[in-house]
Design a protein around this ligand. Structure first.
Ligand code: GDP
Length: 297
C-alpha cells in the first residue's frame, strides 16, 4: 500500500481494498476473476458493458467496494513491485483442490511474503470429486502458511469458480482483512496513482489504465506519467462509462497522454503543462541515460 504519511490523519477517508489474484496456471485465476466480477450489483445496469481495462471494481450489496487487478499471473505483480508501485493490499492465492501445490503456487507465496501483503487462500475446484482441500492446507504448512484450521491466522475459503460457490465467503474474508488494514487515503488533493496497463489504441491514441491511489483524478487535470505527460481528455471506467473524476482505489482509463507509459509508472497531477513537460523531459533523459549505461558493450 502507498505511504500516506504526507496526508494528515484528519484528511484520510476509508478506501476500497485492491486485490491481486495469484496462483499456478490452470488453477482457476481467470475463472475466479470472472466469477467475482459477476457479484457486482452495479453490473447489469443500463449501459454497463464489461470492459477489460486491467482492473475492475465490484460494488457489494452493502455498497462497499473491492478493486481487483485482473491481470492474472505473477509477472504484473513482480514487475509493478520492481518499479516501486505497491498497488496491492491483499493477495488471493488460488490453489486447486484436485492438484498439489505447484511451483507457481509456491512462487506466489514467496512474492506475497516478500511484499509483506496479507494473503487469503482460495481453495478452488472443490466441486470436483477428487478434490481434497485438507491436503492443500497440510501442504501449505510446509511453506509456513498456517491457515486457521491448522491453528494459524491465514484465512482460507473453499470455492468453486465454476459452480460459483464460496464467493460470498471469499468476499467477506477480503472485507475482514481490509478492515484490519484500515485502508485510507485523502481524496481531496491532486491525484497520484500507478499505471496498471497501457496501450496505443487505434481510435483513441495512447490509453493508460491508472489505479488512483490518493487524491482525485479529474477531467482537465495536467499530469506526468513515467516519462510522458498529458492532460486528461476523458476518463472511462471498467463498465465503459465516461466519468468526470476518479477517487482513491478506482481503476480508470485515462485519455490524453503524450505517449504510452509502462505498467508500474507513477502518475502525478501537476500545476501546469510547462511543469509537466519539464518533469517528463527530465525523466526521459534519465531513462535514456540508464539504457545507455546498461547497454552491452
Ligand atoms: P488460470 O490459468 O489460473 O487462469 O485458470 P482458468 O481460470 O483458465 O481455469 C483453468 C481450467 O480450470 C478451465 O478449464 C476452467 O474451466 C477450470 N476451472 C476453473 N475453476 C474451476 C472450478 O472451480 N471447478 C472446476 N471443475 N473447474 C474449474
Amino acid at each position: 500500500a502507498l505511504d500516506t504519511s504526507e496526508d494528515s490523519a484528519d484528511t484520510l477517508k476509508p478506501r476500497a481494498p485492491v486485490v491481486t489474484i495469484m496462483g499456478h496456471v490452470d488453477h482457476g485465476k481467470t475463472s475466479l476473476l470472472d466469477a467475482l466480477r459477476g457479484t457486482d450489483v452495479v453490473k447489469g445496469e443500463a449501459g454497463g458493458i464489461t470492459q477489460h481495462i486491467g482492473a475492475y471494481q465490484v460494488t457489494l450489496k452493502d455498497k462497499s467496494q473491492i478493486t481487483f487487478l485482473d491481470t492474472p499471473g505473477h509477472e504484473a505483480f513482480t514487475e509493478m513491485r520492481a518499479r516501486g508501485a505497491n498497488v496491492t493490499d491483499i493477495v488471493v492465492l488460488v490453489a486447486a483442490a484436485d492438484d498439489n501445490l505447484m511451483p507457481q503456487t509456491i512462487e506466489a507465496i514467496n512474492h506475497t511474503k516478500a511484499a509483506g501483503v496479507p494473503m487469503i487462500v482460495a481453495i478452488n475446484k472443490v466441486d470436483k470429486p477428487e478434490a481434497n482441500p485438507q491436503r492443500i492446507r497440510e501442504r501449505l504448512l510446509e511453506h509456513e502458511v498456517v491457515v486457521e484450521e491448522m491453528g494459524g491466522d491465514t484465512q482460507n475459503v473453499e470455492v468453486s469458480a465454476l459452480k460459483k460457490t464460496g464467493l460470498d465467503e471469499l468476499v467477506e474474508k477480503i472485507q475482514i482483512q481490509a478492515e484490519l488494514l484500515e485502508l485510507a487515503a485523502n481524496p481531496d488533493r491532486p491525484a497520484e496513482g500507478s499505471v496498471i496497463e497501457a496501450k496505443l489504441d487505434k481510435g483513441r491514441g495512447p490509453v493508460a489504465t491508472v489505479l488512483v491511489q490518493r487524491g482525485t483524478l479529474k477531467v482537465g487535470d495536467v499530469f506526468v506519467v513515467g516519462a510522458e505527460s498529458g492532460k486528461v481528455r476523458a476518463l472511462v471506467d471498467d463498465k465503459g462509462r465516461q466519468i468526470k473524476q476518479a477517487g482513491p482505489s478506482t481503476p480508470v482509463e485515462v485519455l490524453g497522454l503524450s505517449g504510452v507509459p509502462s505498467a508500474g509508472d507513477p502518475l502525478q497531477v501537476v500545476e501546469n503543462e510547462a511543469r509537466a513537460r519539464e518533469v517528463a523531459e527530465y525523466r526521459a533523459g534519465v531513462i535514456q541515460q540508464k539504457r545507455t549505461t546498461n547497454a552491452p558493450a
